[in-house]
Design a protein around this ligand. Structure first.
Ligand code: 13P
Ligand code: SF4
Length: 358
């Protein structure tokens, strides 16, 4: 009998966590729980494997358990489904855990952007950030393109820029695309924006013909909440404090920071920093707070005073986790993420290309 979420919702958080542990023990090695670094502490503590999206994709591909419960957002669970065997079931505890950035590019919009740009005589090489739907990855795979994550973006963009005669179209995060390409020597005037809401992208034919990288007009609503005045505040009040940010932050913020890099980079920089060092970190607040707790000998603060919380990641809570696990114990699979065969075929090409290149 399926268990109704309404009954689980009545539990206190401690009860939900206790029952989750019990269900987990009962499922044993039939279950693997994956947890993204931006998940809340109580979820991270329950995860068998934690990581950024690249690490989790890689690890998901090697897991042999029947059930993979993905504590992250929808596009990550789709990637896990594509990289795991057919008999394995990937489950997202709350289907409303999406990513607003991923929603900023649809596969229809991407198809028509490529079609328009190729009508100008360009040969487009699409790159999609892993924060995109499987349907978008399918379009990218079908056009010989590749997926990237914030960790491997420099490698992937370097490879793409080396493909003769190609113009790169980077979707959906303009900031990751701009920050990465600029660091690799592409000037700002060689990176026009493509606005998917305007039929011809909005920057003009010449700008696209002269482009090296065309940037999709998308962004992360969490990382773009941090701005230059946050950096200025720390510089004025505490000049010794190092500023470390994720490349989903704007160009202005990234340029004014001391260091910029992926979630994994942020974690490793903070781990190797000397005791007594001071940091202002521009990324999702759950991760910043966890780093501060993990390194009490260092002074680690969020870059912004505004709470930059990924509210969709936060939808994965102990109640939803308890609900999906107890259903699995009953033999009921709820919230399974299944990518259809045709999408999987092309999207997997783009994902595999990424894994080969990184
Ligand atoms: P990572 O690729 O660093 O895991 O980031 C995913 C993400 O959603 C960042 O906002
Ligand atoms: Fe998407 Fe931003 Fe949340 Fe990452 S932090 S999942 S990019 S909304």
């Amino acid at each position: 009998m399926p268990i109704d979420f309404a009954t689980i919702r009545e539990l206190t958080q401690d009860q939900a966590l206790e029952r989750t542990q019990a269900a987990r023990a009962e499922l044993g090695d039939r279950l693997t729980i994956l947890g993204h670094h931006y998940q809340a502490d109580e979820i991270v503590k329950l995860a068998d494997i934690t990581g950024d999206s690249l690490e989790l994709s890689r690890r998901a591909a090697k897991v042999s358990s029947e059930y993979i419960v993905f504590c992250g957002v929808h596009f990550m669970a789709e990637s896990a489904d594509m990289l795991t065997a057919f008999h394995q079931k990937v489950i997202l505890p709350d289907l409303a855990a999406g990513c607003s950035m991923a929603d900023m590019a649809t596969h229809e919009e991407l198809e028509s952007a490529i079609e328009y740009l190729e009508s100008l005589g360009l040969s487009i090489l699409p790159i999609t950030y892993v924060n995109s739907s499987a349907a978008v990855k399918k379009v990218v795979g079908a056009h010989g393109g590749v997926v990237c994550t914030s960790t491997n973006a420099p490698k992937i963009v370097t490879w793409a820029l080396g493909q003769t005669g190609k113009t790169v179209l980077f979707a959906p995060d303009q900031h990751l695309g701009r920050n990465t390409s600029f660091k690799l020597g592409v000037s700002l005037d060689q990176m026009p924006l493509w606005d998917p809401k305007i039929h011809d992208g909005g920057a003009g034919e010449d700008a696209y013909r002269n482009a090296r990288v065309i940037l999709w007009k998308g962004h992360c609503s969490v990382h773009t909440r941090m701005n230059k005045s946050d950096v200025d505040h720390w510089r004025a009040t505490d000049p010794e404090r190092k500023i470390l940010v994720h490349p989903e932050c704007t160009f202005e913020v990234t340029q004014s920071a001391d260091l910029a890099g992926s979630t994994s980079f942020i974690i490793s920089e903070l781990a190797k920093a000397p005791a007594g060092s001071k940091w202002a970190v521009g990324t999702e607040v759950n991760l910043v707070k966890r780093m501060a707790a993990l390194h009490p000998d260092k002074d680690i603060q969020p870059l912004s005073k505004i709470q930059c919380l990924c509210s969709t990641m936060f939808r994965i809570d102990p109640w939803h986790l308890c609900w999906v696990l107890e259903n699995l114990v009953e033999g009921v699979v709820v919230n399974q993420i299944v990518v259809d065969e045709e999408t999987r075929q092309f999207a997997t090409q783009a994902l595999d290309r990424m894994l080969e290149l990184s």
